[in-house]
Write a protein that binds this ligand. Structure first.
Ligand code: NAP
Length: 280
C-alpha cells in the first residue's frame, strides 16, 4: 500500500467515524518555529493539531491550541500515542540538537506508514570577521576553553553544562532559562534569561563580564544569533559546537514550507481517497 493510500485511508477512517472529523496533526515542538506553525494552523478548519512538549522547563511558553506535555515513552510509546490519537501526519519541529525525539519519530512514522514532515532551521554560517573555532562535541569545546583559560560565556542551555564541570582553569558565565542541575564548573556565575536577546544588550553583557570566549551550539535561527553578532563586533572568539545529523529523510527549512507541504499532502490524500471510493 502506498504512503498516500495509507494517509487517505486514515483520513477516510476519521471522516467515516464522524462527518465533522478532520485530519489530526502532531507537532513535536519546543521551538519558536513550532509555535509559529501552531499560530498559522490555528485559523484552519480543515485540520486539527496538537503541540507536544518534553516538559523540560517549569514555566514554558505554550503556543496557541491544544498542548500535551511529557515524553511518550520511547518509540513504542510514541506509536501507541499516534494510534490512540488518530494522528494523520507528524511534523517534527524540534530543536536542531534534539536528535532522540527526531529519530524516534522517524522510526514510529515509518512503522505506521504515517507521513513525517521535518523542519530543521538552517545552521548559522560563518561570516567575515567571525572568529569561530568549530568543534564536534561538548567535550572538545570543554578541552578548548580549559586550555585557553579566561572568562567564558557558556550559552548552550542547561543540559550539557556538566561537560564543563572539570574545567577548573576557566571562569564561566552560564546562561540558561532554568538553573542547571548536576555538576558545574568550579568558577561560575549563573544568569537565568530567556531569549530572544537584543544585540545592544548582548554586546553590553559581553563587555560587562569581560568575556574572552563564547561557547555556543550552532542552533541557527534569529532568537539567539545576536550573541554571535556581538562577538563579531567585539572580536570575541566563539567555540561553535556543530550540529548532530538529525534526519535521514529530507527536511524543510521554514514554517511556510511545512504549511505548503502539509496542505499538498492533505489535498492529495483527500482527492485520492475520493477517487478510490468512486472506483469501488
Ligand atoms: P531529545 O534529546 O531529542 O529527546 C529526549 C527525549 O525527550 C525523547 O526521547 C522524548 O522522550 C522526549 N521529548 C523530546 N522532545 C519532545 C517533545 N517535543 N514532545 C514529547 N517528548 C519529547 O530532546 P532534547 O534535546 O532534550 O529537547 C527536549 C525538547 O526541548 C525538545 O522538544 C526540543 O525542541 C526543545 N529544545 C531543545 C533544545 C536543545 O538544545 N536540545 C533547545 C531548545 C528547545 P520519550 O522517549 O519518552 O518520548
Amino acid at each position: 500500500m502506498s504512503e498516500l493510500n495509507r494517509i487517505s485511508d486514515g483520513i477516510e477512517a476519521r471522516l467515516g467515524r464522524s462527518p465533522d472529523a478532520v485530519p489530526r496533526i502532531l507537532i513535536l515542538g519546543g521551538t519558536g518555529e513550532a509555535a509559529e506553525l501552531a499560530a498559522q494552523l490555528a485559523s484552519r478548519n480543515d485540520l486539527e493539531f496538537i503541540s507536544s512538549f518534553a516538559g523540560r522547563v517549569s514555566c514554558p511558553k505554550y503556543p496557541i491550541g491544544a498542548v500535551r506535555v511529557g515524553g511518550f515513552g520511547g518509540i513504542e510509546g510514541l506509536i501507541s500515542y499516534l494510534i490512540m490519537e488518530s494522528i494523520s501526519v507528524v511534523v517534527d519541529a524540534t530543536h536542531p540538537f534534539s536528535v532522540g525525539i527526531s529519530r524516534n519519530s522517524e522510526v514510529a512514522c515509518a512503522r505506521l506508514g504515517l507521513p513525517l514532515i521535518a523542519l530543521v532551521r538552517p545552521a548559522w554560517q560563518k561570516q567575515k570577521n567571525d572568529l569561530w573555532h568549530e568543534v564536534i562535541t561538548y567535550a572538545d569545546a570543554a578541552e578548548f576553553v580549559n586550555r585557553k583559560k579566561g572568562r567564558v560565556f557558556l550559552s548552550i542551555g542547561r543540559q550539557e553544562v556538566g561537560s564543563f564541570a572539570a574545567c577548573n582553569d576557566a571562569w564561566f558565565l552560564i546562561r540558561a532559562i532554568e538553573a542547571p542541575t548536576g555538576q558545574l564548573p568550579q568558577h561560575h556565575e549563573i544568569l537565568l534569561q530567556r531569549g530572544p536577546f537584543d544585540l545592544k544588550e548582548e554586546s553590553q553583557l559581553l563587555r560587562d563580564y569581560s568575556i574572552d570566549h563564547i561557547v555556543s551550539k550552532n542552533s541557527g535561527g534569529s532568537g539567539t544569533y545576536t550573541k554571535i553578532e556581538a562577538a563579531r563586533l567585539l572580536g570575541i572568539p566563539v567555540v561553535m559546537v556543530q550540529r548532530p545529523t538529525k534526519h535521514t529523510a529530507s527536511a524543510v527549512e521554514t514554517v511556510d514550507q511545512v504549511v505548503t507541504e502539509l496542505t499538498a499532502l492533505l489535498t492529495r490524500a483527500v482527492q485520492d481517497g475520493k477517487q478510490r471510493k468512486e472506483a469501488r
